[in-house]
Design a binder for this molecule. Structure first.
Ligand SMILES: [Zn+2]
Length: 238
């Protein structure tokens, strides 16, 4: 019944990465809301792969904080609190202006063309009023910059941070769009002109605009689960 080892490993590696990619895309397009419960059975059936492969994909996404595994509840899509979102954006503000500086100093071959092509897609989605695609594309712009910088560690870090920001936007944003129009284009223009400092400043301001729209200064509501845990903890200490 078990497939032969080499075939299994080949299919396994490909499928696991593909499942992760599809889950991230679903989050970026707001098809998978924060807190949504996912089961191994459901994912294995959807992607027509073994539960072992699904388990690997879940483990990797859980490592990046995108999925959360809780005993007795199972696996859910992360629902970052306001405090967590503030921390995520603080890291983004440290990292992303430097990505822009790196890119302004020189990109890998074809990098500027890829950024331009991406901006054209964002513009088309905005004109067509295709909100799901637009939100995904504006999120992917930030990942593309990390990717074009050619640093895999940075790409993985940014994937986690960007995905969690998308989930926070769904929870807390009051406006319709995650990234304000034209700001990506201005950052890209600074990169193309080799103006790293200007681009870095624009990126910082851009992230501040995203943050302002999330109203992170409001208190986090206490969740019923953490209340219970606090109560149990209090009882055990008596
Ligand atoms: Zn943006």
């Amino acid at each position: 019944m078990e497939p032969s080892l080499p075939r299994f490993q080949k299919a396994h590696g490909k499928s696991e990465a593909e499942i992760r990619r599809r889950i991230l895309q679903a989050i970026f397009e707001m098809r998978l809301p924060p807190g949504e419960r996912l089961t191994e059975e459901q994912l294995a059936e959807t992607f027509e792969v073994s539960r072992t492969v699904v388990r690997q994909a879940i483990a990797r996404l859980a490592q990046d904080g995108i999925l959360v595994k809780m005993p007795n509840i199972g696996t859910t899509v992360a629902a970052p609190t306001r405090k967590e979102t503030r921390d995520i954006l603080a890291v983004r503000k440290m990292v992303e202006p430097d990505i822009v500086r790196m890119l302004a100093a020189g990109t890998v071959s074809g990098g500027l063309e890829r950024i331009d092509a991406h901006l054209a897609k964002e513009k088309a989605a905005r004109n067509e009023g295709d909100r799901g695609t637009l939100v995904r594309l504006t999120g992917e712009f930030h990942l593309l910059l990390a990717e074009v910088a050619g640093n895999h560690v940075l790409t993985r870090l940014m994937t986690g941070l960007q995905t969690l920001t998308c989930l926070a936007i769904l929870l807390y944003a009051e406006q319709d769009e995650a990234c304000p129009p034209d700001e990506h284009r201005r950052i890209a223009e600074s990169i193309a002109a080799g103006q790293g400092e200007r681009g870095a400043r624009q990126m910082l301001e851009h992230l501040q605009h995203v943050e302002v729209d999330l109203h992170l200064d409001r208190p986090d509501p206490a969740s019923p689960i953490s209340d219970t845990i606090a109560w149990l903890r209090g009882k055990s200490e008596e």
